[in-house]
Design a binder for this molecule. Structure first.
Ligand SMILES: Cc1cc2nc3c(=O)[nH]c(=O)nc-3n(C[C@H](O)[C@H](O)[C@H](O)COP(=O)(O)O)c2cc1C
Length: 363
C-alpha cells in the first residue's frame, strides 16, 4: 500500500508516521494516542528524571500494547568553564535587573542528562520496541544493552557522513533531519550550523548512501510533505511541530498561540536557550542577544542561567525568555487530537498517492 514498507515492517506498525519525541512537550497521552492510531508514539526522556520516565512508561504500557519509541539524549556532558559561565551571567545581568531578580540566587543545574545505566535499566524493564537517540549514540556497552532488550535502534543524521557513521555503528534505521526541523539540530560530527542541509536535499542523498530505512524529518506537517518524503525515497516520516498543535501537547498557551500565528519565516536557529543550536520562534532574547551567541555556555548549561528569567516573565504572561521550539512548517498544521491527526495525515498521503498514480497513468 505504501511505496516503501521497510520501516513499518521493521517496527511492526501500520502507518509510516513517527510522532517526534519532544522533550517537555509530548508525554504518555500523546504517545498512546499516536501508537493506538497506528503510528509510532515517542516518549522523550531527556527532561524526565528516572522516576518520572518510569511513571510515563507505566502509563504508556497500560494504554497500549502497540510499539512505542523511547528517546534519549546522548550528548557529551559539558566541561567546566567558569569564565564562559561568568560572561554569560554578565550578558544576562541587565535582564535580571529589569525583572528584579536577585542575581546572586543559586541556580539548579539543567535537567537534560545524557542516557546512562539507570535509564538503560528502564529500557530493559519496559522493552520499548524502538529506542531513538538524539546527538549521535551512547557508548558501546549501553548500546549493547539496548540491543539486548530487543529494541530497534534509531538515531538522526544531518549529513551523509553522519548517516554512514550511524549505519556503521549498527543503527536499524536513520532519521534524516533537515534544516527546517523544529528543536535541536542533531548534528554530532560537526557543529557547522550554516552548512546544514534542507530535508529536500538531504533525504535522497542519505537514501543513496545507506542500506537501512531512512525516515524523513523536518518541515513535514501535512499529507503533501509525507508524499514528498516517499518520493525522495524515505520509508517513513518523523513529525514534530505539527503535533505541538494537538491538545495533548504540553506547551504553554503563549507557545500554542505563537504556533498558530506562526509564519514560514518566523523561526530561526538559535543557541541562546540551551547552548546548542535549535530552531525556535523568534522572540525578544533571540533578537537581542542572538540568535547565535559565542557567549552561550556549552549545552545544556545556558538553560540553567536563563531559568529564573523565563519563570518570572512567563508568570507575567510573556514569552520573552521562553524557547518556543518550532519548525518552519508550523503554519501548515491544524489543531486536532493526536490520534485524529495521525490518521488524517496517513489518509491524506494515500489519497494524494492514488491521485498521482492516476495522473501518471493518464499522461
Ligand atoms: C518542541 C520540540 C522538542 C523536541 N525534542 C526532541 C527530543 O527530546 N528528542 C529528539 O530526538 N528530538 C526532539 N525534537 C526534534 C524532533 O525529533 C524532530 O526532528 C523535528 O521536530 C522535526 O521537524 P518538524 O518540527 O519540522 O516536524 C524536538 C522538536 C520540537 C519541535
Amino acid at each position: 500500500m505504501w511505496p516503501n514498507e521497510s520501516f513499518i515492517k521493521l517496527v511492526g506498525i501500520e502507518l509510516p508516521i513517527i510522532q517526534a519525541p519532544m522533550a517537555g512537550a509530548a508525554l504518555s497521552d500523546m504517545v498512546v494516542a499516536v501508537s493506538e492510531a497506528g503510528g509510532l508514539g515517542s516518549l522523550a526522556c531527556a527532561l524526565l528524571s528516572v522516576e518520572q520516565a518510569r511513571k510515563e512508561l507505566e502509563t504508556i504500557r497500560r494504554g497500549t500494547f502497540l510499539p512505542i519509541n523511547a528517546n534519549f539524549f546522548c550528548h557529551r556532558p559539558p566541561r567546566d568553564d567558569n569564565a564562559r559561565e561568568m560572561s554569560w551571567r554578565r550578558r544576562l545581568d541587565p535582564y535580571y535587573d529589569q525583572l528584579q531578580i536577585d542575581a546572586s540566587v543559586s541556580i539548579p543545574a539543567s535537567a537534560r542528562a545524557p542516557f546512562d545505566d539507570r535509564m538503560c535499566d528502564l529500557v530493559m524493564e519496559f522493552h520499548p520496541e524502538v529506542v531513538s537517540f538524539h546527538f549521535g549514540l551512547p557508548d558501546k556497552n549501553l548500546l549493547l544493552r539496548v540491543r539486548g532488550a530487543g529494541a530497534k535502534i534509531l538515531s538522526s543524521a544531518t549529513s551523509v557522513d553522519e548517516a554512514r557513521w550511524l549505519e556503521d555503528q549498527g543503527c536499524d534505521a536513520i532519521i534524516a533531519q533537515g534544516f527546517e526541523a523544529g528543536g535541536h539540530r542533531r548534528m554530532f560530527l560537526t557543529e557547522d550550523v550554516p552548512t546544514q542541509v534542507g530535508t529536500m536535499a538531504l533525504v535522497p542523498q542519505v537514501v543513496d548512501a545507506v542500506k537501512v530505512p531512512v525516515i524523513a524529518s523536518g518541515g513535514i506537517a501535512d499529507a503533501r510533505g509525507i508524499l514528498a518524503a516517499f518520493a525522495l525515497g524515505a520509508a517513513a516520516v518523523q513529525i514534530g511541530t505539527a503535533y505541538l498543535h494537538c491538545p495533548e501537547a504540553q506547551i504553554s498557551p503563549i507557545h500554542r498561540q505563537a504556533l498558530i500565528d506562526g509564519k514560514d519565516n518566523g523561526t530561526a536557529i538559535t543557541n541562546v536557550f540551551t547552548g546548542r543550536p535549535a530552531r525556535a520562534i523568534v522572540n525578544r532574547l533571540m533578537r537581542e542577544i542572538g540568535p547565535m551567541s559565542d557567549e552561550a555556555p556549552e549545552f545544556p548549561l545556558a538553560a540553567a542561567t536563563l531559568a529564573p528569567l523565563r519563570a518570572k516573565s512567563e508568570m507575567a504572561g510573556s514569552a520573552d525568555f521562553t524557547p518556543m521550539w518550532s519548525g518552519q512548517a508550523a503554519h501548515l498544521a491544524r489543531e486536532l487530537p493526536a490520534a485524529e491527526l495521525t490518521k488524517q495525515l496517513a489518509v491524506g498521503a494515500l489519497e494524494n498517492l492514488r491521485l498521482l498514480k492516476t495522473v501518471a497513468r493518464a499522461a
